[in-house]
Design a protein around this ligand. Structure first.
Ligand code: A2P
Length: 329
């Protein structure tokens, strides 16, 4: 069994290697792939020292699985070349997510949308993954009519560049910028590119991907994506209007039983999810669970997760594990 990690020098790629080792996914051959700039260099990983190879070489070595986290244009240019040789591509970019023939997978929710014929599998957007993990059992039980989401997203979601900008600004240093404004001691209501309706591409992802993963195009979603000077993970305020009436204890029970989700909700002890606690954890944390008294059948949640883990690397590695366990590869 051969696995390629494309983008192995990046924030998500290096986390993928870590998560693979933690979950004891130890391929006979591990191919570390990055841009031409890095070919021939070595990286340190839990699998020891790995030498970076080129995309061409990785394709020609026909891995069983290639996990991509090297940006949308790399995925667009290369995923089909791997797929044509029989490699399963698990792609962390947004390049393939909305194609009908490409499953968009959170294994706890819709792993069964992967078939032996599937060759490209999309890993959803980080903010979407953590939100739908909390929403899926509630949608199943009560039917979600409408969502109002505001995110508080970590700089690590912008790759090395985002992290380095915040680190530099904290030390008063100049350097490369991921954002059009300072992020230290600031909050930037802007993620991705603006469209003609003044929404951003990151907001649109939350709308489109939530509907696709929950398998319901009728769910209405409105989103505001915000970047905050935080390293540990993404937080989200989620307001949900259901089709049907719910019982708050039943909501808590359903969330408690959802695999991969941890309820942290005890106002008497000031206990609620925060990125400082979620950092380097594979789970999604949910708290501040309370009825919205301003209108019927409505609920508020606060959802936090390490976007590099469940929002990216962990989810992708779980998909790889699913392929292996189900003998698809
Ligand atoms: P490199 O380090 O050679 O630039 P991050 O999101 O943390 O910045 O990481 C991006 C990852 O994607 C890096 O591993 C980077 O490699 C890789 N990458 C960027 N462009 C390409 C490309 N054209 N082909 C392959 N890998 C790429």
């Amino acid at each position: 069994m051969k696995i390629a990690v494309v983008g192995a020098t990046g924030l998500v790629g290096s986390k993928m290697l870590k998560v693979m080792a933690e979950r004891n996914i130890r391929p006979e051959e591990l191919l570390a792939v990055a841009s031409e700039r890095s070919v021939g260099k070595f990286i340190q990983s839990d699998f020891g020292k790995l030498q970076i190879i080129s995309m061409e070489e990785a394709v020609s070595r026909t891995p069983g699985i290639a996990i991509f986290s090297a940006g949308g244009s790399t995925s667009k240019a290369w995923a089909e070349k791997f797929a044509a040789r029989g490699t399963f591509v698990i792609d962390n970019s947004s390049a393939w997510r909305l194609y009908d023939h490409v499953p968009l997978v959170v294994p706890e929710i819709n792993g069964n949308t992967i078939t032996p014929e599937t060759k490209i599998i999309a890993n959803p957007n980080c903010s979407t993954i953590q939100m739908v993990l909390a929403l899926a059992p509630l949608h199943h039980a009560f039917g979600i009519k409408r969502l109002v989401v505001s995110t508080y997203q970590s700089v690590t979601g912008s790759g090395m560049k985002g992290m380095v900008q915040l680190e530099n600004e904290m030390k008063g240093l100049e350097g490369e910028k991921a954002y059009p404004h300072p992020i230290h001691l600031n909050v930037i209501p802007h993620g991705g590119e603006f469209n003609a309706d003044c929404y951003t591409s990151e907001e649109q992802k939350l709308i489109d991907e939530t509907r696709k993963i929950l398998g319901d195009q009728n769910i209405q979603v409105t989103a505001t994506v915000v970047r905050v000077p935080v390293f540990g993970g993404h937080s989200e305020s989620v307001n949900i209007e259901f089709e049907n009436e719910f019982d708050i204890n039943e909501v808590k029970r359903l969330l408690d039983e959802m695999p991969g989700l941890i309820v942290r909700d005890d106002p008497s002890k000031n206990s609620y999810p925060m990125p400082l606690d979620a950092e380097d954890r594979d789970e999604v944390f949910v708290g501040r669970i309370r009825r919205d008294f301003s209108q019927p059948k409505s609920l508020n949640l606060w959802v936090v997760s390490d976007n590099l883990r469940k929002g990216a690397a962990t989810n992708a590695v779980q998909i790889a594990a699913y392929l292996i366990q189900n003998k698809l590869v």
